[in-house]
Design a protein around this ligand. Sequence first.
Ligand SMILES: [Zn+2]
Length: 386
Amino acid sequence: MADCSLLTRELLAQLVGFDTTSRNSNLDLIAFIEDYLARHGIAATRIDHEPGAKTNLLATIGPEVEGGTVLSGHTDVVPVDGQDWASDPFLLDERDGRLYGRGSADMKGFVAVALAMVPQFLAAGLKRPIHLAFSCDEEVGCLGVRPLIRHMARALPRPAAVIIGEPTSMQVVNAHKAVHTYETEVTGLEAHSSNTHQGVNAVMVAGELLAEINHLAAEMRERGDQTGRFDPPFTSVHVGTIAGGTAKNIVPRRCAFNWEARFIPGADTEEVPARVAKRAKELLPAMHAVSRDTGIATRRTVEVPGLRPADESPAETLALTLSRSNSTGAVSYGTEGGLFQQAGFPTVVCGPGSIDQAHKPDEYVEASQLAACEAFMQRLARSMAS
Ligand SMILES: [Zn+2]
C-alpha cells in the first residue's frame, strides 16, 4: 500500500498538536498555517467568525481567475472529554500504518495534505487557481463557514468546484442529509404534588410532545428513502437530552428537551416541526385553563442544509476524474457542502479517512488514505495547469 509523504506527516503532527476543540480559539493553528503559506510566498486572508477567538482562512494559489477549485476543510475538532485514548489525542502517534490523533480523520488529515501539496501546486504552472478555504466552528453546526462563504461569493473569481475534504475514504460523495436541531421548552405551573389540579406539570406535557416525536420518528422510518442511497434509509428523528423538575413532591414548572431531525435531501423540512407545533397547540388550552402564564416554545437551534446531487455538476465530474472512479456515494452526516451549494458553488465531498473513526477515542487516519489524497491532489494540479 502506498505511503504518504514525510511533509504530510509533519504537517499533520503540527495541526493535531493544536487543541482546536470547537469551544477553544483556533487562532494559533491559523497563525501556523499563515506562516507556512507566507514562507511559500502565499498571502492569506482571515475572515473572522468570532473576532479575537475564531477565524477562517482563505488563500489562493495560482492566477486570480474563474474556474478554480476550492479545497475546503474545517480546523475545529470534537472534544475528547470522557473518552479513553491509548495515546495522547493531541500528539500524533503512528502505529501499524495508522496515524492516531484527534482530528486525524475529521479533518486535519485533508488540511495537512492540501498544505503539503503547496510546493507542487506552485511548481505546476497553474492556469486556474486552487483556493484553500479553512473554516472554524464546523462541529457545532457549520457556523464558522457562513461568513467565509459570503466573502467567497462576493470577492472570489467564480470557482468551478468545491471539494469538502470530510472523511469519505476518498469516495466522491454528492449527497448528504440536512440536519435541523431544535430546543423545546415547556413552562408549567408549580404546585404541591398533593394538589396536581392547581399546577401544570411541565414534565408530563413534555411527555405528550415526546410521544408525538416518537410517532413521527416511526412514520418517517416507514416512509423510507425514495432515493435508495442513504444509510439509514429514512429521515431520522431523535431526542438527545431532557431536563425538568426539581423534586418528586413538586409539580414541575419547567421541562426542556433538545431534539433533531436528519432529512433525506428533498424532504419537506417543515413537516416535522409543524407536526410538533400542532400537537403543542392541542395541549395549550388545558394548560391555559389553569394559568395563562404557561406555554410551549420551540426554537430551531441549528440548520445545516442537505447536499443535493446535481446533474452534470463540474465538481462531480472533476472529483470522479481525479479519484479515477465512476460512482458517487451518499452519507448521512451533515457537512459544509450543503451551505456551499446553497450559495451557488458546485460541491462534492471527498477526503481521506473514514467517518467510522471520526469523533471516537483513538481516532486515526491510514497513511495509505493520505497517500491516496496526495495522488488526487497531484492530478488536480495537473488538471488546473492544462
Ligand atoms: Zn468534519
